[in-house]
Write a protein that binds this ligand. Structure first.
Ligand SMILES: NC(=O)c1ccc[n+]([C@@H]2O[C@H](COP(=O)([O-])OP(=O)(O)OC[C@H]3O[C@@H](n4cnc5c(N)ncnc54)[C@H](O)[C@@H]3O)[C@@H](O)[C@H]2O)c1
Length: 390
């Protein structure tokens, strides 16, 4: 008998739709699961999205007031997939109502907001998850196993970058991601957070950082109309100021003694979604890039004069891959990572077992971000202080 788990999704934009689809696919992808997700209620302020929730996704109901969804008796778990400025009030209300919470990253938009959410969940004693979905890529999980097994020797250097073009069009609208009170910080909250979470997952704790930032497109057309989340304006449209950074880079030291370099940009022209890492050790190296997420490059130090990087293709011998495609080199896609993370969180709840990344790991990420922000002001190396004080 599978345990029914009632789900509320708050915000049916890109991520709300991805997670809702993940729930719908769960029974056919993971027949061995010990739960059944039930799409109980979707909250969105836009009528068109509420209609889609019921008609296309099969939610039992849709509401405009997210508080109604969070407090509903038939909801066990709340998915927070609304813009960043809504994360904290949604999480506080969900935790107070005793619901487990999955929040999209970065949780709020500023480090102190992530900490507030963590404390609210901790005080209420509810289960939590944060949407650092790239940690669930089968070849990233394999990379972690390779590193932990010592296959690369001692890790000497980590290079992380998330270079995206989503903001590279200067006619791209001034949506919530570009406003400090709505999205929080810019490239660091939105995409460097993914790179930091990957580095902590693969190589461990980061202890000190120094970095720089820049805003390359200082003004954008103001959005008109309710649904213009990813829309484009015209040169004659009124413009408003971009309030956070388009670019951020960072040097760091890991607790292990390894060094790290990071770059993130939402406006560079060229790299379309280059969420990538390279890990260098005394015996070998690994390299992975979201743009080719079904390939892991592996270098092994040998005496062989023909040595060089080998391409390992994704396949069902790696964790979770076989749920989506059998055999070797049959690729999986971005949404499959969210299906894996949602499945893993629901399974952890149903079986009362540990889960990460939780809000605790989200605080680990923003503790590094806070040190980087400090270094923008001091223009010097800054220690990473655990914001949770543990
Ligand atoms: N893990 C990832 O790779 C990833 C990728 C994209 C976005 N995200 C995160 O997901 C979150 C949402 O981003 P998105 O790109 O899906 O945004 P989006 O703008 O596409 O969607 C946001 C949705 O929230 C709805 N909404 C706005 N105000 C609301 C309210 N008061 N109550 C209920 N619904 C409301 C909007 O109508 C919209 O449908 C952000 O925190 C973002 O950082 C994560």
């Amino acid at each position: 008998m599978k345990k029914p788990l009632g789900v509320a999704v708050l915000g049916l934009g890109w991520m709300g739709q991805v997670h809702s689809r993940a729930m719908l696919r769960m029974p056919s992808l993971f027949p061995e699961r010990s739960f059944d997700p039930v799409l109980v209620v979707c909250a969105d302020t836009e009528q068109e999205r509420r209609d889609r929730a019921v008609n296309d996704f099969g939610f039992q109901r849709a509401v405009s007031d997210w508080r109604e969804a969070v407090e509903a008796d038939d909801v066990d778990i709340v998915w927070v997939t609304a813009p960043n400025m809504l994360h904290v009030p949604m999480i506080e209300a969900a935790a107070a109502a005793g619901k487990a919470v999955f929040s999209e990253k970065p949780i709020g938009g500023k480090p102190e907001q992530t900490l507030t959410a963590f404390k609210a969940a901790e005080k209420a004693g509810v289960r939590t998850a944060v949407g650092y979905n790239y940690l669930w890529a089968p070849l990233v999980l394999h990379a972690r196993e390779l590193i932990a097994s010592g296959a690369l020797g001692e890790i000497t250097h980590y290079r992380g970058r998330f270079l995206s073009m989503y903001g590279s069009d200067e006619m791209g609208l001034l949506t919530w991601r570009f406003i400090l009170d709505q999205g929080g910080y810019g490239a660091t909250s939105d995409i460097l957070s993914h790179s930091i979470s990957l580095a902590q997952f693969l190589v461990g704790e980061i202890t000190e950082v120094v970095g720089m930032r820049n805003t390359t497109i200082p003004q954008r057309p103001l959005p008109t109309g309710a649904a213009s989340h990813y829309g484009r304006g015209k040169p004659e449209d009124p413009k408003g100021d971009v309030e956070n950074e388009d670019f951020a880079s960072m040097l760091c030291s890991f607790k292990s003694g390894a060094t790290g370099t990071f770059e993130s940009s939402r406006t560079m022209v060229g790299p379309e979604s280059q969420n990538a890492f390279e890990v260098y050790g005394t015996k070998g190296a690994l390299s992975w890039n979201l743009e080719k997420m079904n390939e892991l490059q592996y270098y092994r130090l040998t005496e062989d004069p023909n040595s060089g990087y080998t391409t390992i293709y994704g396949g069902d011998r790696f964790p979770f891959h076989g749920a989506f495609a059998p055999g070797q080199a049959n690729p999986i896609g971005l949404e499959d990572l969210m299906a894996i993370e949602d499945y893993s969180f629901l399974e952890a709840i149903a079986s009362d077992s540990p889960f990460s990344p939780s809000f605790r790991e989200a605080v680990d990420v923003v503790s590094v971000q806070q040190a980087l922000i400090n270094s923008w002001e001091s223009r010097a190396w800054e220690p990473v202080v655990d914001l949770a004080g543990k």
